[in-house]
Design a protein around this ligand. Structure first.
Ligand SMILES: Cc1ncc(COP(=O)(O)O)c(C=O)c1O
Length: 455
């Protein structure tokens, strides 16, 4: 009997009692390799002593001071650090408590920017299908996952969606990467012109799509083209790096690999590595100046924004990543993980695609490799894989609706940056076995059903 409203009311969850390195342990003493960092959160694994020490020290000094009354050393130092490491021109930070809050703040910042600038007619947000930006109403409206949006649609602000840049699903046979990137980006220009070239506030995109489509990186110069289109029409570019940022893809910010700098960037998850709930918006000097020289404030705020404990955790996590050269490990272990996945699953009858960057990888499952047709969503293959993986002591992040919010299954991997080759070997071995077992269970279920059907 529980009084918690759990995510899934009828699910029977093990009780997590302890973490150590890349593993979590349940109350029965069973160990789970955390190959997804929960939901791409635990970049340093669990119970990292340096982070714990920083948190203890902050707690001993002061747990909380409201940002309406004070600034704090922890928040100032984290902001200094984030700006020092940010792409050129992103020179201010707004600290919040998670990804959805960061996206909400970025959307409102973008709108207020145009009000400050004397362009209050700009009111449209453009985003992409098969993206996820959070579950609060503004972020959910920006997100393009039909399943997540459907029942809340009457409450969502109007947001316009274009196709994602999703090579495996949307690049045509024979189409070059460059041509596909141009075609995908052209949808943005068409949408801006359709809505009115002076009516659009911002285009929002995950640099590498995470939860809803499974580690989908942009193709060729897609993001550069998007940047140029935004500039042409004075539209702000918001890159949501809540999941793919802070080192997950091998560079601190995923967009570094695409040579693109957004006007606003949202980060969370790996920022605090799960040691505290923390997120942030990095904003450009132009946006900051518009506020500073205009109304003098950003009309927003939360009770826990800039929380000293959250800031101390973020700073400690980022310090460890830098001190221990962990981004290099993300690159080398990411390459190794990809090689192992290809070796184990590359020729699997039901694996259509293996993709991603750094330690952000996904495997897309298909019923038929040639036609890329998905499994029947009713079979819940992704949930079966999760169950089989958990039974084998492996946490991965499988999801359905990869193609359109309904159809398609993928498994996302986002292990801690501290893992080594043997850890990767174990992850891939257990994942391979879980995929095989889940698919075998489909056949077994079908056989049992046929047996039960009267002749
Ligand atoms: C890209 C992206 N943006 C925003 C969010 C929302 O973050 P949170 O769950 O911390 O509110 C997520 C969460 O998965 C995400 O992946």
């Amino acid at each position: 009997m529980t009084h918690l409203l759990h995510r899934a009311i009828h699910a029977k969850l093990p009780v997590a009692v302890r973490g150590e390195g890349i593993r979590l342990f349940d109350a029965e003493g069973k160990a789970y390799i955390d190959a997804s960092g929960g939901a791409a959160v635990s970049c340093l694994g669990h119970t990292h002593l340096d982070v714990l020490a920083a948190l203890h020290a902050q707690l001993d000094r002061m747990a909380y001071a409201h940002t309406g009354f004070f600034t704090t050393e922890a928040a100032e130092r984290l902001a200094d650090r984030l700006v020092a490491d940010a792409p050129d021109g992103l020179d201010h930070v707004y600290l919040v408590s998670g990804g959805s809050e960061a996206v909400e703040a970025a959307l409102k910042m973008a709108r207020q920017y145009f009000v400050e600038k004397g362009e209050p007619q700009r009111r449209h947000i453009i985003a992409r299908r098969q993206s996820y930006h959070g579950n609060t109403l503004g972020a959910l409206a920006a997100g393009g996952n039909e399943w997540r949006r459907a029942q809340f649609r009457p409450l969502l602000v109007e947001t316009h969606h274009i196709d994602p840049c999703f090579a495996y699903r949307l690049q045509q046979a024979g189409e070059s990467d460059a041509d596909y990137a141009a075609r995908a980006a052209a949808q943005l220009e068409a949408k801006i012109l359709d809505l009115g070239s002076d009516q659009v506030i911002a285009f929002v995109a995950e640099t590498v799509v995470g939860a809803t489509a499974g580690a989908v990186p942009p193709v060729a110069d897609y993001l550069k083209r998007v940047r140029a289109i935004c500039d042409k029409y004075g539209v702000l570019l918001i890159l949501d790096e809540v999941m793919c940022g802070m080192g997950r893809t091998g560079t601190l910010h995923a967009c570094e690999q695409d040579g693109v700098i957004p006007d606003l960037m949202t980060i969370a998850k790996g920022l605090g590595g799960g040691y505290q709930p923390v997120g942030a918006v990095l904003l450009s000097s132009a946006i900051f100046r518009a506020f500073a020289e205009g109304s003098g404030f950003f009309q927003h705020g939360h009770t826990y924004m800039g929380h000293p404990m959250a800031a101390a955790a973020g700073l400690a996590v980022q310090d460890v990543i830098r001190r221990d050269g962990l981004l290099e490990n993300v690159v080398s272990m990411g390459d190794y993980l990809e090689r192992c996945l290809v070796e184990r699953l590359g020729n699997h009858h039901h694996v259509g695609d293996i993709r991603g960057r750094g330690l952000f990888r996904a495997v897309e499952l298909v019923a038929d490799r040639t036609t890329k047709s998905p499994f029947d969503p009713g079979l819940k293959l992704n949930a079966r894989i999760k169950k089989e993986a958990m039974a084998r002591g492996l946490m991965v992040y499988p999801m359905g609706g990869t193609i359109d919010g309904q159809r398609g299954d993928h498994v996302l991997l986002a292990p801690p940056f501290i893992l080594g080759r043997e850890d990767v070997d174990q992850i891939v071995e257990r994942l391979g076995d879980a995929v095989d077992a889940a698919i075998a269970s489909l056949t077994e279920d079908a056989r049992m059903q046929n047996r039960g059907t009267p002749p």
